[in-house]
Design a protein around this ligand. Structure first.
Ligand SMILES: [Zn+2]
Length: 63
């Protein structure tokens, strides 16, 4: 899913390996993707919205 980065976020972007940081001045969008392996939930990966676009939506369209 696509949502705004929230204060206190400490995740790293799977796309560029940089932290996804909250900024009040420059709000950013992030994509949170639930990854399923063989139909079973496996993990969550987080991306900057831009990085997710550049990776051509590896885990489906953000909603
Ligand atoms: Zn990124």
């Amino acid at each position: 899913m696509l949502r705004n980065v929230e204060p206190g976020s400490s995740a790293s972007c799977t796309g560029c390996d940089k932290p996804i940081k909250f900024s009040a001045k420059n709000p950013q969008r992030q994509v949170i993707a639930n990854v399923y392996v063989d139909g079973v939930w496996n993990r969550v990966e987080q991306f900057h919205a831009v990085c997710y676009d550049e990776a051509e939506h590896p885990f489906g369209e953000p909603r």
